[in-house]
Design a protein around this ligand. Structure first.
Ligand code: ADP
Ligand code: ADP
Ligand code: MG
Length: 660
């Protein structure tokens, strides 16, 4: 059944030297084709999805990636021990390490990728640009003085004209780059870039380029075999970037003249042919605003993160092609047989908080609902631990449609359907990017995010209110001190007179007092001037079954919710006597207890101190959120049990007070 079992180089068993979404992605194709898979894993990844998806798995060491996923010898030994015929490197890690590719072949293990020589040549941006220029492919004006002094560099910068970009020749992933706007800033930027390059890539070689203002990033997918065939699979636009890292990617690139598109494909093929390229590779270009002359940037000698958009529009499986080529078989299609069908867009799902300067988030995925209308390539499942050892990219949502508008719509739906509870992710931010006019029109440049969200991104106010309202209602149905469970006969059935419910919520976006009106016209939630209708039916018990009800679950004493792509962890409390009160303070007992396990960051009162209801008495940090515990009534502090700096378990008694 395995089509490669009898190929010139048989592939029966492949070790995937990677983790996360790309490892899972490669395994999917292997499984479909009957190729046995071997996962490798670090200590932190013992229970990771890619390990569970593999037929076999090998532990390759604890600690940071340098001690396992980046350790060439250990990975190759694992391949030999597990009987693998080949290694698929994925992207990142060892994928662009020529020494690793060579060591694989020396050990008799096929490296699924291009030749070590191609990796070596293209791994140097300086060398790659030199070859491109020799072939008559335009490159960004700059200076490639490998061994030049900082003075030489500064002189060249003045000649090229500011602003300039200093780059690491061995760079990748947007690292080792420094924009310099003035000559006075050059020397220190040069030193910083050299240091970052040495630390990240073990090579401090720098190059200089003219900074092209807000260009578009356009790239061409190449594929070659070992029989001398080389084809392109059209182009992708990856202009929406943050810190020179891609955020949204699509195929084909929109709004390109046929002449420019032809130029891009021709340049890429010329370069690939010149170095006898085989396997998957991507040639990257930038295109200045209003220009139809693409400049060559670099070549990535591996499968790209954004390869799925090309797969969708070309109807091919690029991992299968990689396996075929590694098995010594020719490409399955000729250039004239590769046709474009529709449009595809991909969004990178990351464990990060766009509203807080894109701070990475960590935690445990409590529940995961994949999108039902879009492709979802991910490395996570319920129970996955998101830590700080690896990249914050958790997966990708990919939508394919007959037109660009259809692909955009499908991606928005996919991002809104996808719910990751327990770890804060960037879906809503991604959906808002897709909705922005510049992207909608296919006119985004690398300046897109700054232009679209000049003051940073915040979720839409009404959407935030909706999410909080759903969380608060869910809490009120299940919480110990839920008003619905009170013994005083408080009931809302829809038949009686309208009822009002006041709840206080706190989450990463701040605190708010919500007022619910529940009556014949349904459930309305109000916060200040903002008002949303949660349901047209007043029966709260039926809410979870409603179409459009968000995914939610308990997270300690809080509610984790994902509403149309907006993920939150919300603490809810009954509002005591119309004053704000946290869940701990809301017991009405005068005992302030920790709502979640966490750190006491401040005790703002002393014994004997008089407080008014709603005064903030204790601040805590739990699950990376700041919580404030407030006085539930006017009274006096009688005892303080915990001090600032203490780590306390959930429900720990922190402070007691007495009514005056
Ligand atoms: P692509 O061009 O495929 O979008 P990126 O530049 O975004 O690639 O990088 C792909 C992945 O590889 C990212 O997860 C990135 O963090 C990682 N990566 C890129 N360069 C390196 C490197 N030199 N070492 C380790 N990981 C890298
Ligand atoms: P990496 O190896 O980190 O991917 P690239 O050379 O591909 O480095 O550049 C990454 C991104 O940085 C590009 O997609 C583009 O947005 C930006 N960039 C690179 N070179 C220039 C330049 N000369 N002018 C403006 N932007 C650039
Ligand atoms: Mg690049």
């Amino acid at each position: 059944m395995n089509p490669f079992a009898t190929a010139p180089t048989p592939l029966r068993c492949v070790l995937i030297a990677n983790r996360g979404e790309i490892a899972v992605r490669v395994m999917r194709t292997c499984r479909r084709l009957g190729v046995t898979t071997v996962a490798v894993f670090s200590e932190a990844d013992r229970d990771a999805l890619h390990v569970r998806e593999a037929d076999r798995s090998a532990f390759i060491g604890a600690g940071p990636a340098t001690a396992n996923y980046l350790d060439a010898r250990t990975v190759i030994e694992a391949a030999i021990a597990s009987g693998a015929d080949a290694i698929h490197p994925g992207y990142g890690f060892l994928s662009e390490n020529a020494g690793f590719a060579e060591a694989c072949e020396t050990a008799g293990i096929r490296f699924i990728g291009p030749s070590a020589r191609a990796i070596e040549i293209m791994g140097s941006k300086i060398e790659a640009k030199r070859i491109a220029a020799e072939l008559g492919i335009p490159t960004v004006p700059g200076f490639d003085g490998s061994n030049a002094s900082v003075e030489d560099f500064a002189r060249e910068a003045a000649r090229i004209g500011y602003p300039v970009l200093i780059k690491a020749s061995a760079g990748g992933g947007g690292r080792g780059m420094r924009r310099v706007d003035r000559p006075e800033a050059f020397a220190s930027a040069h030193a910083d870039a050299a240091q970052e390059a040495a630390a990240a890539f073990g090579d401090a070689t720098l190059l200089l380029e003219k900074l092209i203002g807000s260009p578009r990033h356009i790239e061409v997918q190449l594929f070659g075999d070992t029989h001398g065939n080389l084809v392109h699979l059209y182009d992708r636009d990856c202009s929406v970037q943050r810190n020179n890292q891609k955020v949204l990617e699509e195929a084909p690139a929109p709004n390109l003249s046929p002449a420019t598109r032809r130029k891009l494909h021709d340049h890429a093929l010329r370069l690939g042919n010149a170095i006898g390229y085989h396997s998957a590779g991507t040639v990257e270009f930038i295109l200045g605003t209003g220009s139809d002359e693409p400049y060559f940037l670099e070549m990535n000698t591996r499968l790209q993160v954004e390869h799925p958009v090309t797969e969708e529009v070309c109807g091919v499986d690029l991992v299968e092609w990689q396996l075929r080529v590694a098995a010594g078989l020719p490409l399955p299609l000729r250039q004239d047989e590769i046709r474009l069908k529709g449009h595809a867009i991909e969004a990178r799902l990351a464990a990060e908080q766009p509203a807080e300067g894109f701070l990475p988030s960590i935690g445990t995925v409590l529940a995961l609902t994949p999108p039902s209308h879009a492709r979802f390539d991910s490395g996570i499942a319920a129970g996955s631990q998101i830590g700080t050892l690896y990249d914050s990219m958790l997966g990708k949502v990919i939508s394919h449609g007959a037109s660009r508008a259809a692909a955009r719509e499908g991606l928005t739906t996919g991002l809104e359907e996808l719910a990751v509870l327990g770890v804060r992710c960037n879906q809503r931010f991604l959906a808002d990017c897709i909705a922005a006019p510049a992207f909608a029109e296919g006119m985004a440049t690398t300046g897109f995010l700054e232009q679209t969200f000049p003051g940073g991104w915040r979720p839409d106010r009404l959407l935030l209110l909706e999410a909080r309202a759903w969380a608060a209602l869910a809490w009120s149905r299940t919480a110990q001190d839920s008003p619905w469970l009170r013994q005083d006969g408080f009931r809302v059935t829809g038949h009686g007179r309208p009822a009002t419910l006041r709840l206080h919520v706190e989450d990463a976006f701040g605190a708010a007092d919500l007022e619910f009106r529940i009556g014949r016209d349904g459930i309305l939630a109000q916060c200040g001037e903002d008002r949303v209708r949660i349901s047209s039916d007043p029966d709260i018990a039926s809410l979870p079954a409603k179409a459009g009800a968000p995914a939610l679950c308990r997270d300690g004493g809080a509610i984790a919710i994902s509403h149309r792509g907006l993920g939150l962890t919300v603490l809810v409390a009954r509002k005591a006597r119309s004053h704000a009160a946290s869940s701990a303070a809301a017991q009405g007992t005068g005992s302030l207890t920790a709502p979640l396990p966490g750190l006491v960051t401040g005790v703002l009162a002393s014994v004997g101190q008089k407080l008014s209801a709603g005064d903030v008495v204790v601040t805590m940090e739990a699950m990376k959120l700041v919580h404030s515990l407030t006085a539930p009534f006017d009274g006096v502090v009688t005892r303080i049990h915990r001090a600032q700096g203490e780590v306390v378990p959930a429900k720990a008694l922190i402070l007691e007070m007495e009514e005056e």
